[in-house]
Write a protein that binds this ligand. Structure first.
Ligand code: MTE
Length: 354
């Protein structure tokens, strides 16, 4: 396993796909240099002085705004966990195509920017406006089949009510300018949605009166839903509830008869995480973990649990299970409907006690 200069696991050199080694989790906010990177194309270089964000489509007053103007508008800072929809894919059997992310295509950061609603308000929405397409400056041919005939940009839509609710047009991460790999100078943050919704290098916001059928929400980052027995393709959107064990890591050797503090984090897209339970006997019994962080909308909560390791050698399977305020609980099994995404079932971490 090779790592980058910043200690991230290299899943792919270019375009950059780097994973946070989740067993190093120790802070509420993920430091910028430890935050996973998931890019489909080479990161574009954008000069801040010539940067413009264009707002157009089904609006009365299309306009373009400079970075300086954007930063002069009333700003907002939020915490949001971003998890790549393909995080934990390595747990799927048989193996699915795509980057074999383990536990670290997820991070929790503070984002500062301007509510998208402020910009949409200034543009003046047409009466039939229904979706908002967020487009990045990066372009290319997607790696996976089926491919479009020519280069495409990275773009995703959000429903209008979400766009007006809490989507942020962000220019800072943990209090500093966005690093290039995380979207410099401006990216979208779509709180509660899988990472693919938070378009980096955001240069174009287009309001639509119809449903957007872009590549990144139909061919990729989509799933098969069912309506009255008929399969329909839908875009992935809200993150499903999930907890992950950061420590111990898989196949770690632990001393028998001691106390070991199991440590991890939990998050969800809708509602708030209210409990995390632990099993150390493969699911026969569960006990509550303690939270280390309070509830903050869209931020993860770290937790821990003191495990009295049995006084006998053997292999033990640990799993954590989170629940939230809207009645969601992590399932025991992967939902095949998502094929290679939304891996939020209780993930087994096998350890060796000696
Ligand atoms: N935005 C653009 N323009 N291009 C991309 O390839 N990748 C998306 C999203 N936004 C992507 C993008 C995906 S799949 C994820 S998971 C997140 O960015 C990752 O954000 P990060 O690299 O800042 O962690």
């Amino acid at each position: 396993m090779s790592t980058s200069a910043g200690g991230l696991i290299i899943r792919q050199e270019e375009p950059r796909n780097l994973e946070f080694p989740f067993d190093r989790l120790d802070s509420y906010l993920t430091p910028v240099e430890s935050f996973y990177i998931r890019s489909h194309f080479h990161a574009p270089t954008i000069q801040p002085d010539s940067y413009r964000l264009t707002m157009d489509g089904a609006v009365k007053n299309p306009f373009a705004i400079t970075l300086k103007e954007l930063k002069s508008l009333p700003g907002k800072t939020i915490v949001a966990t971003l998890e790549c929809a393909g995080n934990s894919r390595v747990f799927l059997v048989p193996q699915r195509p795509g980057a074999q992310w383990e536990l670290g295509a997820v991070g929790n950061a503070e984002w500062t920017g301007v509510p998208l609603a402020t910009l949409l308000d200034r543009a003046g929405l047409n009466r039939n406006a229904r979706e908002v397409v967020l487009e990045g400056a990066d372009r290319g041919l997607p790696a996976e089949l089926p491919r479009p005939p020519e280069a495409i940009s990275y773009s995703r839509s959000v429903p209008l009510d979400k766009a007006l609710d809490d989507v942020l047009v962000a220019y800072a991460m943990n209090g500093s300018d966005l690093p290039q790999d995380h979207g410099f100078p401006v990216r979208a943050i779509v709180p509660g949605h899988y990472g693919m919704a938070s378009v980096k290098w955001l240069t174009h916001v287009r309001v639509l009166e119809e449903q957007f059928q872009g590549y990144w929400q139909t061919i990729d980052y989509g799933f098969w839903d069912e309506v009255g027995g008929i399969p329909v393709r839908r875009p992935l959107s809200e993150m499903r509830i999930k907890s992950e064990i950061a420590r111990p890591s898989t196949f770690e050797v632990l001393p028998k008869g001691r106390t070991y503090t199991i440590y991890g984090a939990a998050w969800c897209g809708t509602g708030d995480v209210v409990s995390v339970e632990l099993t150390t006997d493969g699911g026969r019994s569960w006990a509550n973990a303690k939270f280390l962080d309070p509830i903050r909308p869209h931020g993860w909560r770290r937790w821990n649990y003191d495990w009295e390791i049995p006084d006998r050698p053997g292999r033990f399977t640990l799993k954590s299970r989170a629940k939230n305020t809207v009645g969601e609980s992590q399932p025991d099994e992967f939902n095949e409907r998502y094929f290679s995404y939304v891996v939020n079932h209780t993930l087994p971490i096998e350890v060796v006690v000696q």
